[in-house]
Design a protein around this ligand. Structure first.
Ligand SMILES: *Cc1c(COP(=O)(O)O)cnc(C)c1O
Length: 417
């Protein structure tokens, strides 16, 4: 008789869940993760760098040979000038709940955060000089806000959420007031995976007369957002995590249609000009999201985004979200069963509707454990101070991968004690 919570049982349950997974076939669409000594036995870092689709490898090669190699500079007119707006609309429709004309693909998240936050602070005016943000947000969000504050004299009002949870509507309500210009938050917290209550927090900010800027880096491609439905003002996000755009692939920005004429972004480059090729003496912003572009669009990095957005459209964003939640539930239950006795804690929300698509484990030896897991071909990531973050990419991660990682952690901790 096998131990009901033992290793073989966990692998059996993972196999059964993989067999019943409606998205299981998606895994074969990705470039295989190594072979032989190079083999990755569990990739749990798709929330830092998503795996490439096979289609992307082929389309990148085609782009080099045909669109770039043969059509050469004619491709700018034929397709590339429109690509940041066309792909933005598609991404907006499939993943963000955004009607056309409000999303553009450009720059990096960091640069777009600066552009949107700077524009929002300017539009808020001198009577609303405060930016509300939180101490647990991703470093670049905090650093960009500090830079904007230094540049403009804006004052930063810090919310301090529980590190293993995240910002609540009550905390935002207590922090906003008649002097708040902008509330800057992540939808899914990069460490804990806390899924903020975007509808409630957006409403609270609006009731105080402020705008909200949501960072969607850990939502886009994993958790549906509903930007239009909830009246969000501004949003940014990256494309190399759950959207599998590849290293350095560009970010996206959303500016609600009602703000587009009122807000002015600060990096007034030629590609955002109403008529870039007139090359006139003065800057004149292009209409709509065109005006949020600054320099030459990063075309190569957009190929992978489009392939993943197509795949999400095909299988349905709700199925993607359901798989991410189910993987998280599987991990949490397995940790309770096999790792809790070794002192491993869940440092993420347990409720599916408050958790994005990763689960963070906390243990004093996390740093060493992570290093050993990488040597074993199991790839999560380590986050200060004591977290092992298990990224659960709904399209590419199997239950078996999660089980292998947890069982290896169990072995490593058992051999210590
Ligand atoms: C990954 C991530 C970023 C990354 O910013 P880059 O400019 O792409 O390096 C920003 N914010 C959050 C919340 C992230 O998770």
């Amino acid at each position: 008789m096998s131990d009901p919570s033992g290793p073989s049982d966990l692998l059996d349950r993972a196999a059964a869940l993989d067999a019943a997974d409606p998205l299981a076939a998606c895994r074969d669409l990705f470039v295989p993760a190594g072979a032989g000594a190079e083999e990755v036995v569990a990739y749990l870092d798709g929330n830092s760098l998503g795996r490439p689709l096979r289609a992307t490898a082929d389309r990148l090669a085609d782009l080099v040979r045909h669109d770039w190699g043969t059509r050469l500079i004619r491709s700018w007119d034929e397709q590339w000038m429109e690509l940041p707006l066309r792909l933005g609309d598609r991404l907006g429709a499939v993943c963000l709940g955004a009607a056309p004309g409000q999303t553009v693909v450009a720059d990096s998240t960091t640069v777009l955060l600066y552009k949107l936050l700077r524009a929002a602070v300017a539009a808020s005016g001198p009577d609303r000089p405060e930016i509300v943000l939180d101490t647990e947000n991703f470093p670049t969000d905090r650093y960009v806000a500090q830079g904007v504050a230094a540049e403009t004299g804006a004052r930063l009002v810090w919310v301090e959420p529980e590190p293993e949870a995240g910002v609540t509507p009550e905390q935002v309500a207590a922090a906003v007031g008649p002097r708040t210009g902008v509330v800057l938050l992540s939808h899914v917290a990069y460490k804990s995976a806390w899924l903020a209550d975007l509808p409630a927090i957006t409403r609270i900010a609006h009731e105080a007369g402020a705008m909200v800027l949501w960072d969607l880096c850990h939502s886009a491609g994993a958790v549906p957002v509903g930007l239009d439905e909830h009246g969000v003002d501004l949003a940014v996000g990256c494309s190399y995590k759950f959207l599998n755009g590849g290293p350095g692939a560009p970010a996206f920005a959303y500016v609600a249609a009602r703000h587009q004429d009122r807000l002015r972004q600060p990096i007034t480059g030629w590609m955002g000009h109403a008529e870039p090729f007139v090359m006139g003496p003065d800057y004149r912003a292009g209409g709509g999201m065109r005006g949020w572009i600054s320099g030459t669009p990063p075309v190569l990095g957009m190929v992978g985004i489009e392939d993943t957005v197509d795949l999400i459209a095909e299988v349905g964003p709700a199925a993607v979200r359901a798989k991410g939640s189910a993987l998280g539930r599987f991990v949490i239950e397995a940790v309770d069963e096999v790792l809790a006795v070794h002192g491993v804690r869940i440092a993420s929300p347990r409720a599916d509707d408050r958790r994005g698509a990763h689960v963070t484990l906390a243990h004093p030896r996390s740093r060493d454990l992570c290093a050993q897991l990488w040597r074993d071909g199991i790839v999560p990531d380590y986050r200060e101070p004591d977290g092992i973050r298990l990224g659960l990419s709904p399209l590419s991660t199997s239950y078996a991968e999660a089980a292998r990682a947890l069982l290896r952690i169990e072995e490593l901790l058992a051999s210590e004690s």
